[in-house]
Design a protein around this ligand. Structure first.
Ligand SMILES: *Cc1c(COP(=O)(O)O)cnc(C)c1O
Length: 464
């Protein structure tokens, strides 16, 4: 399987190349040349363990020997605290897919544990070094750091918007004091961090000179890893309910998680609707209502990992909406870069699975409270947005699976606001208070980032 760029000006590349590169040289995102169809194999797949399912689904996409892939997948999910990796539990008339059983208690561990292992594998096989530069609105950073901490041949530089991630999220990053980990606290918003990131990766000479690699959700391996739990949970819920298809509700920020659901559907998993749920930062929800994608200001909310205006993975979906026309997409993205807005020429065809809605702070708090009081189940604020929007689209005869993207203890303040009591705890997080921390303050400019990265690589210099 080869990979092409959404902007159509990159030679096809292998999975190993794509994983190491991140963004395509023409500024586009990588996608597989074709998507394998598993629709006739669903019955056989349904009885596999998480690991075996992952290996079977990933195998056609990757250029690694199957036995090696098996080893990488096994190692990646052995760090989870339940054997089933991503269990689905019933909460009232919905099904909650718990994606928070990994080391940092958010769904991003599913992808980043695997990505860390793939990086190490490829570096060992091919030699060389890798300097990961990333930006986080909260959860990506800690999951990425935990994916590569202490690994030989890898450094990681993670920008986060100073003061705009929760204290717990911050601690999950800054308390990782391994020498290959650089936490950069940027004086700006998450979108500023993403802009700087795009620019640094846009400078191909700099990128090659310093062996930069990406770990943010544009990395294809992340999307791929996330496809697996759509299959795993759909099978579990279909088995439990006897249904022939399922709907999913996904709390959405960068469009990575929900895009994995879209790929799962294109791979033949019987998904009816994909419910796109946003908080007050609703650029994507509005797009799926009126076809116009227009950038606004970022509003801080209770669900900071979704406080995003420009969704980095959205381009992949646009590519399919434009019938895989890289030239048309390139023009559209140029226009978006210039004007901050774009509009699709035609409405989605019948069979487009997306529906959308948003939930504000009041709705988020109300859903957390109601779910706890009625069912004794604590939702984190991101998951609560998904559950809130899911209620609008729930169908009588099709089970609704709501992705629980983080453990509620990661967002304890929101739980206190909703319930008046500090009910959400997790031993992993409670242990972080008082641990030594490491971080470097950074202005929101490309120049400052370039200096910090170059200094560390050339002189082994740390400024924290
Ligand atoms: C990253 C994140 C999201 C948003 O996922 P995207 O792939 O960016 O759409 C939602 N909830 C939590 C808890 C997250 O960490």
């Amino acid at each position: 399987m080869k990979y092409i760029s959404t902007r159509g000006q990159t030679q096809p590349q292998t999975f190993s190349e794509v994983v190491m590169t991140g963004l395509a040289p023409d500024g586009g995102l990588f996608l597989p040349e074709h998507i394998p169809d598993f629709s006739t194999q669903c019955e056989a797949l349904a009885s596999l363990s998480y690991v075996d399912l992952a290996v079977t689904l990933l195998d056609p996409f990757v250029d690694l020997p199957r036995a090696d892939l098996q080893g990488l997948v096994e190692k990646s999910y052995a760090t989870f605290d339940v054997p089933d990796v991503t269990p689905t539990v019933r909460v009232g008339d919905m099904h909650v897919l718990e994606l928070f059983h990994g080391p940092t208690l958010a769904f991003k561990d599913l992808a980043l544990q695997l990505l860390g292992n793939i990086f190490s594998y490829l570096l060992e096989r091919d030699g060389g070094e890798l300097n990961i530069v990333g930006a986080t609105s909260g959860d990506t950073g800690s999951a990425a750091i935990h994916g590569v901490r202490g690994r030989p041949g890898i450094r990681i530089f993670i920008m986060h918007p100073q003061g705009k991630v929760s204290r717990t999220q911050e601690l999950q990053m800054t308390t990782v004091v391994d020498d290959n980990v650089y936490n950069l606290a940027v004086d700006g918003t998450f979108d500023d961090c993403q802009d700087i990131l795009k620019s640094v990766f846009g400078d191909l000479d700099y990128k090659a000179k310093y062996h930069l690699g990406a770990i943010n959700s544009i990395n294809w391996a992340r999307v791929l890893a996330q496809v697996v739990y759509y299959f795993h949970s759909a099978f579990a819920v279909m088995r439990e309910t006897g249904a022939a298809e399922v709907d999913f509700s996904i709390p959405t920020g960068n469009f990575g998680d929900i895009f994995a659901g879209y790929i799962a559907r294109r791979m033949g998993l019987p998904i009816g609707k994909l419910v796109l749920a946003t908080n007050e930062n609703d650029i994507l929800a509005r797009f799926f209502e009126n076809g116009v994608y227009a950038k606004g200001d970022v509003h801080p909310t209770l669900s900071p990992s979704m406080d995003i205006q420009v969704a980095s993975n959205f381009e992949r979906y646009l590519y399919y909406r434009l019938d895989e026309d890289g030239d048309a997409l390139r023009k559209m993205m140029q226009q978006f870069a210039e004007t901050g807005s774009l509009a699709l020429p035609h409405a989605p065809r019948d069979g487009d699975p997306f529906v959308s809605g948003s939930g504000d702070t009041a709705a988020t708090l109300a859903v957390i409270k109601d779910t706890y009081e009625t069912h004794g189940y604590l939702l984190d604020p991101h998951t609560a947005v998904g559950v809130h929007v899911a209620k609008r689209f729930q169908r009588d005869d099709v089970p609704m699976i709501c992705l629980a993207t983080a453990h509620p203890a990661k967002f304890g303040d929101a739980i206190v606001q909703a319930l008046g009591e500090d009910l959400a705890h997790h031993p992993t997080l409670d242990a972080l208070e008082g641990c030594p921390e490491r971080k470097t303050a950074l202005g929101a400019t490309l120049a400052e980032l370039r200096d910090v990265v170059a200094d560390a690589i050339e002189h082994g210099r740390r400024c924290d």
